[in-house]
Every structure is written in C-alpha cells, then in structure tokens.
Design a binder for this molecule. Structure first.
Ligand SMILES: NC(=O)c1ccc[n+]([C@@H]2O[C@H](COP(=O)([O-])OP(=O)(O)OC[C@H]3O[C@@H](n4cnc5c(N)ncnc54)[C@H](O)[C@@H]3O)[C@@H](O)[C@H]2O)c1
Length: 318
C-alpha cells in the first residue's frame, strides 16, 4: 500500500509518516516545506494551491492522509484570506486530484474545535454542529463537508478524524506546553491566570499518529472519529508536571482572564470500539519526551552557534 501524506513535514504529519513506515506502509510526502525530520522518505514538493502538482503527486497512490493546512489559529486570524485558500481550496484540490487518480481513500485531519459552539458539555460524532466563531474552524468544517460530498457524489472513500489538542516532540513553540517548558528551562516563572483549574485534554502526538494509521482500516470508510486525549489536565497540573520533571521552577498566579473557555468533554469511544484506538502515553511521560526532544534541539542549536566562524558571530542573525 502506498500513502501520500500532505503536510508530512509538519508537526503531526511527520509523526504520521513515522507511524506508517513503522507499519510497513510505503509513504510519499507532499509539502511545500522539505521534511527536516528524516531523509529516507519520498518527497514531492509543491503547494496545495497548485492543482497540477497535487494531481501529479498522486500517481501510484492508494490513499491520501490530508494534513496539509494552515494549522496555527493565530496565523489564520492574521491572514484569513490566504488561510482559507490553503485549507478550503487546497482540500478540494486534494479531493479532485484523488478522484481523477482513482485513489481509494482520503483521511482528513480535522479538529475537535468543530464542537466549539455545540450545545452541552459532552459531545460525540453525532452532536449537531453550529456555525463556528473562528475562521480556522470554519475552514476545517468546510473541508469536512467537501470530503462528505465527494464521497457521496463520486464514491471516494473518506474518513474524517477530529484531533484533540496534540502535544509532543516537534510541536510548534507557541503552544502552552512548549511555552511553559521554554520558560522553565530558562529560569523564568510559569504564570497561571486564575487558580489554574481550567482543564484541557491533550493527546500525545504519537498516539494521534497511530489513530491516523488506523483511519485507513476498511471499517473507517465514510466515518468520522474523534481522537482526543483521555486525561483531563488542568493548567496547574501542566505547570506542576513540568516542575516535577525539570525541578526548581517557579509558578506564579495572576488574576483570571474573563471568559476563559473551559473546554468540552469530547468522547473518543467510537474510535476505541471500531478502530481499537486509545491514547497510550500518560501525560507526564509525554511531557518528559517533549522536554528531552526540546533539550536536544537546543543543544544542537547551541553547537551550530559555537561552530560558527567568530567573524560571522558579531551582528549575526540567530
Ligand atoms: N496542531 C493542532 O493543534 C491541531 C489540532 C487539530 C487539528 N489539526 C490539524 O492537523 C493538521 C496538521 O497540523 P499540524 O499541527 O501538524 O500543523 P503544521 O503547521 O505543523 O503542519 C502543516 C503542514 O502543512 C504544510 N503546508 C501548509 N501550506 C501548504 C501548502 N500550500 N502546500 C503544501 N503544504 C502546505 C506545512 O508546510 C506544514 O508542513 C492540520 O490539518 C490541522 O488543521 C491540528
């Protein structure tokens, strides 16, 4: 089986690539950015906006895991028009190219943010969705709808996976765990707004990657699954976990921000029952792995700086 992973150079996509290779799947990455994490994977460079390139990248492909997107909600807020083009037009380009190339299955990486305006505190795949407040969510929902209509009109098999909040090695620096870890390792205090009892469920990125691979199973044809973490983790617990691992970390409390969203309970029971998927890595272990990776990356950057010719260091861009 040969699988194309769009966004395979990114945070989640690169772990999906690793997982598929571990399972003996042949992989081709489609991304604008060169894959920095490993060099033994076939790589097709191109933009999701370039239909011809997307189409050509699907030659000989059985299934596509479509994760390429603008995934940073703050970037979407700053650049709504550009982000919409990648997330929505990019997705229809993938679907149309897959249809023409007679690809069997598309697995679409969506988000549990689609439940942001849903009624009630407990949600599952059957919960009715309402118009979202964030444009990022609107683009991801549009992508889901395009997948469903392509499936109905053209018999393309689709599987929609709604990811919870991922964390782990290779995560973007701007997320809460990376920010806390950076501060803790540089001796800065970790600040918590309010009493820190607001919770989130985080899903360890390698567990999420496993869920993506399982999304290729035949039972997942034309289905939607939530892939969320199991443990509820409060902001205070995040800070305490980092303190436990790193030691000697100050935690400071500041007044609560008004209207802090406290999260919804997203059920992943369907993924457990049908795909036999369950998150396996406990939060503390996942944070430990992230910190190990972060330290290695910083060590690598330091060595690169130390090796730089002295004449270039003065005024150099770091
Ligand atoms: N990170 C999260 O919190 C989160 C949560 C739920 C769902 N998701 C979804 O998971 C998927 C992957 O997210 P991520 O966190 O790994 O993001 P990421 O930014 O690390 O990866 C996205 C990848 O898409 C590529 N890409 C962007 N524009 C492209 C274009 N025009 N053509 C080709 N490639 C392009 C980027 O180069 C990058 O490698 C996205 O679809 C995102 O919406 C992410």
């Amino acid at each position: 089986m040969k699988v194309l992973v769009t966004g395979g150079s990114g945070f989640i996509g690169s772990h999906v690539v690793d997982k598929l290779r571990d399972k003996g799947v042949e992989v081709r990455i489609f991304d604008m950015v060169f894959p920095a994490f490993r060099s033994d994977i076939e790589y097709y460079q191109g933009s999701l906006l370039d239909f011809e390139t997307v189409r050509m990248s699907m030659n000989g492909i059985d299934a596509v895991l479509h994760l390429g997107a603008v995934a940073d909600v703050n970037f979407v807020f700053a650049e709504p028009h550009y982000s919409e083009s990648i997330n929505v037009r990019g997705t229809i380009n993938v679907l149309e190219a897959a249809r023409r190339a007679k690809v069997k299955r598309i697995v679409y990486g969506s988000t549990t943010w689609v439940y942001s305006e849903a009624e009630g505190t407990h949600v599952n795949e059957n919960t009715p969705l309402h118009a979202p407040s964030h444009l990022y969510t609107a683009t991801k929902m549009a992508g889901e709808f395009y997948c469903k209509t392509y499936s109905k009109l053209y018999d393309l098999e689709v599987t929609i996976l709604r990811y919870g909040i991922p964390y782990g090695p290779r995560a973007r620096d701007a997320a809460v765990i990376p920010i806390f870890v950076r501060k803790a390792l540089s001796g800065e205090a970790l600040t918590i707004a309010g009493d820190g009892s607001q919770f989130r469920k985080f899903v360890y990125v390698e567990d999420l990657a496993e869920g993506n691979a399982l999304g290729l199973k035949s039972i997942a044809k034309n289905k939607t699954y939530n892939l969320d973490g199991q443990e509820k983790v409060t902001i205070k617990q995040i800070a305490e976990t980092i303190k436990k691992i790193i030691g000697n970390v100050k935690i400071e409390y500041v007044p609560a921000r008004p209207g802090d969203f406290s999260g919804k309970e997203v059920s992943s029971i369907m993924a457990k029952e049908e795909l036999n998927w369950e998150p396996k890595v406990p939060f503390e272990e996942g944070v430990r792995r992230y910190i190990d990776w972060y330290k290695q990356r910083e060590e690598y950057r330091k060595r690169a700086w130390d090796n730089l010719d002295d004449t270039l260091k003065e005024g150099a861009l770091r």
